[in-house]
Design a protein around this ligand. Structure first.
Ligand SMILES: NC(=O)c1ccc[n+]([C@@H]2O[C@H](COP(=O)([O-])OP(=O)(O)OC[C@H]3O[C@@H](n4cnc5c(N)ncnc54)[C@H](OP(=O)(O)O)[C@@H]3O)[C@@H](O)[C@H]2O)c1
Length: 235
């Protein structure tokens, strides 16, 4: 079991859950290995930028070759960070912030799919890309959060497109986007104070739910945007 974007929140909880279940767990992150990490978790620090993507491809190929993961969770995401702020109004749309959101929420996950693509063509594997319900165009009732919504909508489209391409060449691997539900993590922390406690999951609870979604994936789920309970969400 392999987690990309592993150093925080849901990614970290998924790694710990996998170890508890007796799976070999590999975390890949921009960060150094966390000090308190379970010693059974394999950790790979991987730094990449737009100008060294060939290194990303070769590192991911080597990791897949070595560990042959049967489940892959792609957990990158950004709502607010440094100068990046979610927009309440189009008047707040800012080029640098929008590019950063686009990079982390759309391009980084897709570049990881590209990096493991040769492995996906050969092996049977379940790939869950963490997206968000606010990226559903049909479900958008509240507005706001322009860049995050748009980047996640793009991610949903790109994963569906990759799923179609994959199915032409390979019938076993499943690739989906999944909304994890509102989860108490650093990403969500600035926004959860008004969320009723019963709607706010711990990262550990969410990891359990996502694991179940992975276990229960059906052929007709391939390419879909799924909720944390495995139900299909509208794009
Ligand atoms: N928490 C929620 O309520 C919620 C709701 C809906 C959707 N989601 C989605 O669930 C996923 C996991 O979120 P989380 O709540 O676990 O968030 P988190 O604790 O903030 O973790 C997000 C991960 O994104 C990666 N990341 C952050 N900034 C990055 C950057 N500038 N460049 C590259 N990678 C970066 C980090 O990976 P590294 O380890 O490489 O640093 C980090 O581990 C995200 O896709 C998020 O959009 C979360």
């Amino acid at each position: 079991m392999l987690v990309f974007g592993a150093s925080s929140g849901i990614g970290l909880a998924l790694l710990q859950l996998a170890v508890t279940k007796g799976w070999r767990a590999i975390g890949v992150s921009r960060q150094l290995r966390p000090a308190a990490l379970d010693e059974n978790i394999v950790w790979r620090q991987l730094t990449f930028q737009s100008d060294n993507l060939a290194q990303l491809d070769s590192a991911l190929a080597e990791i897949c070759q070595q560990y042959q993961p049967q489940k892959v969770f792609i957990c990158h995401g950004l709502l607010q960070q440094a100068q990046v702020r979610v927009e309440k109004s189009i008047r707040q749309l800012d080029v640098d912030s929008a590019y950063q959101s686009w990079w982390v929420n759309y391009l980084v996950p897709m570049l990881h799919i590209k990096g493991i693509w040769p492995y996906l063509l050969q092996q049977q594997c379940k790939v869950l890309v963490l997206s968000a319900k606010v990226g559903s165009i049909a479900d958008n009732q509240l507005g706001g959060w322009y860049s995050y919504r748009a980047a996640k909508a793009a991610l949903n489209m790109a994963v569906k497109t990759a799923a179609i391409e994959l199915r032409r060449q390979q019938t076993h691997t499943q690739l989906v986007t999944v909304h994890p539900g509102t989860t108490d993590t650093p990403l969500a922390a600035p926004f959860v104070k008004n969320v009723p406690l019963r709607q706010l999951q711990t990262a550990n609870d969410t990891a359990v739910r996502l694991w179940l979604v992975a276990e229960n994936l059906q052929p007709h789920d391939h390419g879909a945007l799924l909720n944390w309970d495995g139900k299909h969400l509208p794009y």
